[in-house]
Design a protein around this ligand. Sequence first.
Ligand code: FAD
Length: 450
Amino acid sequence: MGNPKAFLTIPRQEAEYRPVHDRITDFGEVEQTLNTSERKLQASRCMDCGVPFCHWACPLGNRPPEFQDALYKGKWREAYDILTQTNDFPEFTGRICPALCEKSCVLQLSIDAPVTIREDEAAIIEAAFREGYVQPRSYRRNGKRVAVIGSGPAGLAAANQLNRRGYEVTVFERLEYIGGLLRFGIPNFKLNKPIIDRRIRVMEAEGIRFEVNADIDLTHLPEGFDAYCVCTGTPQARDLNIPGRELKGIHFALEMLAQQNRVLAGQTFSDKERVTAKGKDVLVIGGGDTGSDCIGTSNRQGAKSVTQIEIMPQPPVGKNPATPWPQWPVILKTSSSHEEGCVRRWSLSSVRFLGEKGHVTGVEVEAVDWLPNPDGGRPLMKHTGKKEVLKADLVLLAMGFLKPELPAFAPQVFVAGDAATGASLVVRCIASGRRAAADIDRFLTSAPAE
Ligand code: FAD
């Protein structure tokens, strides 16, 4: 710990987003960076707590106090080495992790100004790529082969860890690009896709094989492998089966988000295929992160208006006594996309879609109240009868994803990421992929030789 009093004198400084008027005109990343000396000052705020809650809160078990200290002292290589002991892909989490570590930082719990752990992480890995610390390495082969099905963060982490342990790894991906939701869910303005390509190039150079356009039948896994890691995510979005659902102009969020990322990658779509918000009144149903990504995308596409509705009540701003630490704080989250312009409403249940000539024109919604549950569970919803129509000619359904039902697998088949847990976070999926790789290694090294 280089500067024991820095947390008393140096305020938290975020790199902040590009100004709205500038970022709204393109799909480039919205987050900016601090310069090196500002970044080191931020790292110096880490108090190196005796029991670091940040480390405990991170699903990867990242060790922020150690890498903050190295960063503060300008030892970027050492910071990179510490960070990558626990995290395969800091360039992803450093950009898009909701930073569970920061919610548990003692400076959050005491003065609401945690160390900028996520941004510091991004700075370390970007410096590592810039300075050439990230170089492909070669690993001694152990003669065994593992297939990874699905190339999202869980599959990539499993493949990376297995490759390092000497397995010959092939990643099979159904789609035309590697990356899962990193590629086709998360918008470029949060995670620019060359960041994924850069990592894939390193993994390929280290010997991992990637096969795209390879849709694997999970009941007949490809032959010739000693073990399998199924990381197929949660492909099915939650639907809203209310009257009028068949109308044109109602889409799952990912239909729009994935297509927009494909357009940015140079693919073209006919007017009929294109899901675009240009000139439209957009209604996003679902108040979470996917909904927020729809808002950012709609505004960039030139929407006339964007409204987001949520069935649950508006969470409190700042602090929520109902979810004290160490619980995840259920508080109002205002993303960069929200700042760019939208109307947000809560406690609204969707009753039916309205349309004309087969196309959606609006959604009838009803205000609901949420009453405390005497059994202590999820609050009870009460209809109020207060109905209104929200105008919309594009409706995006962003209400989460269903946990997949997977076939019963043989013992050499392991499951990781969202496929195992239901929809989650990138950081949890990387952790899950790492765990699965360790389990596969244990399984294959303890299996009796034939
Ligand atoms: P996925 O990323 O879903 O990847 C699964 C892959 O498996 C896909 O590429 C799929 O094509 C492939 N596949 C499926 N079936 C087969 C098959 N039979 N054969 C071959 N391949 C197959 N998390 C965050 O932490 N921060 C965020 O900001 C964030 N934003 C998000 C925004 C959106 C719009 C969405 C939808 C999610 C977001 N998430 C975010 C969640 C995060 O993206 C997921 O939790 C994570 O990507 C799941 O990783 P995964 O590897 O389990 O699966």
